[in-house]
Write a protein that binds this ligand. Structure first.
Ligand code: 8YV
Length: 309
C-alpha cells in the first residue's frame, strides 16, 4: 500500500505526476466534502505537499509528519504550530533565485520605460502620429533592497550590472557584502530611487513598508514588490500612487491574491503581474523536484534536503 499524502492546492504538473507515481495522493482542493476526506485520512495521512496548512488542519491529521511546501516562502504554514506538534516543514530555496531576480529587473525596466504602455501604443496604431515619450533609466540610480537574502543577493548582482548603486536593509549587517547597510528602513527609503521588497512574509514583516516608509520613499521613487503583499501597507500604497506621492510601482504580489485592489487597474504608473516571480519551466521543475525529493528523503529515513523546521 503506497504512503498516503495530501495535496492542499494544485501544484506544478510535473510535480503532481512525480507524486502520483510514488504516493497515494489525495487532493483536498478537489474533494466534494473536504471534512469527510480529512476524517477518513486522519488515521493514515503522513505528509502534505503544498502550503496553506493551519494549526486546525494539523489537528485533524494526528499522524502528520511532514509538510513539503512548494515555494521558498512558507508563510501560509503555521510554523510555530508545526514545531509544537513535531511536524517537519520543508521549502524550495535557491532553485528560484535566478528566476526571481530576472523578474525583478524585468519589472523595474518595464516600469521605468513604460513597456506595457509602449506595447499598447504600437498595437493601437498611435506611433505614426506622435513620439511615445522619454522616460527614466536605472543607470546611476540607488536601489534599496529590503531583505538581502538568497534572492536579494541575486537581485543586487543584477542591479549592479545595470550600473545601479545597491544599498540594503535587513535584520543583520552582513559584513562580507559590499553594499551599504541601513539599520532603519525609513532612512534607507529616504535615500533611494527604488525600493525592492524581497523579505519573507509572515507576522514578523507584516506592514513593514508602512505609510511612513512610503512617504520617505517619496514622489520621485519607485517601489517593486516580488515578496508578499503583506509586507506593504497596501491601502496607503494605492492611495499614494493615485495621488502622485509615489512615482510608480511594479507589483508581482498582493495582499489578497488573486484579488488586486481595483483602483490599481486605473493607474498608469503601475505594472501589475500575477505572482509570476518563479514561474519559468526550469525553476518550477526544480521546485517540484525538491518537494518530491524532500518527501522521498523523509520516507526513506534520510536527512531532509531543505528543512525549515
Ligand atoms: C510560489 C513563491 O511558491 O516560492 C515562493 O515563496 O512565492 C512562489 O514561488 C509559487 O507561486 C507557487 O505557487
Amino acid at each position: 500500500m503506497p504512503t498516503e499524502i495530501l495535496q492542499t492546492h494544485p501544484l506544478h504538473a510535473g510535480c503532481e505526476t512525480a507524486l502520483a507515481e510514488r504516493y497515494q495522493v489525495h487532493k483536498l482542493h478537489e474533494a466534494a466534502d473536504p471534512e469527510a476526506l480529512l476524517t477518513r485520512l486522519a488515521p493514515s495521512l503522513r505528509a502534505i505537499a503544498g502550503g496553506s496548512v493551519s494549526a486546525t488542519l494539523m489537528d485533524k491529521l494526528p499522524k502528520l509528519e511532514l509538510i513539503a511546501n512548494f515555494g521558498v516562502g512558507y508563510d501560509t504554514i503555521d510554523a510555530v504550530a508545526a514545531k509544537a506538534r513535531n511536524i517537519r516543514v520543508t521549502n524550495t530555496p535557491n532553485v528560484l533565485n535566478d528566476a526571481m531576480a530576472e523578474m525583478t529587473i524585468g519589472l523595474m525596466i518595464a516600469l521605468a520605460r513604460r513597456l506595457p504602455q509602449a506595447d499598447q501604443y504600437v498595437r493601437a496604431g498611435k506611433w505614426p502620429q506622435a513620439n511615445f515619450g522619454l522616460f527614466s533609466e536605472l543607470t546611476g540610480k540607488t536601489v534599496g533592497i529590503l531583505g538581502l537574502g538568497r534572492i536579494g543577493k541575486e537581485i543586487a548582482v543584477r542591479a549592479q550590472a545595470m550600473k545601479m548603486r545597491v544599498v540594503y536593509f535587513g535584520r543583520t549587517h552582513q559584513e562580507n557584502e559590499p553594499y551599504v547597510y541601513y539599520d532603519n528602513l525609513t532612512d534607507m527609503a529616504r535615500d533611494c530611487d527604488w525600493l525592492v521588497v524581497i523579505a519573507p512574509g509572515g507576522k514578523g514583516t507584516r506592514g513593514i513598508v508602512s505609510r511612513q516608509v512610503l512617504e520617505a520613499l517619496g514622489p520621485k521613487a519607485y517601489l517593486v514588490n516580488v515578496a508578499r503583499g503583506t509586507l506593504i501597507d497596501e491601502a496607503a500604497m494605492v492611495e499614494m500612487l493615485a495621488n502622485g506621492q509615489l512615482a510608480g510601482a511594479a507589483l508581482d504580489v498582493f495582499e489578497d491574491e488573486p484579488n488586486v485592489p481595483e483602483q490599481l487597474y486605473g493607474l498608469d504608473n503601475v505594472v501589475l503581474s500575477p505572482h509570476q516571480g518563479s514561474a519559468t519551466h526550469q525553476t518550477r521543475d526544480a521546485m517540484g523536484a525538491m518537494v518530491v525529493a524532500n518527501l522521498d528523503a523523509h520516507f526513506a529515513g534520510e536527512p531532509l534536503l531543505s528543512a525549515v523546521i
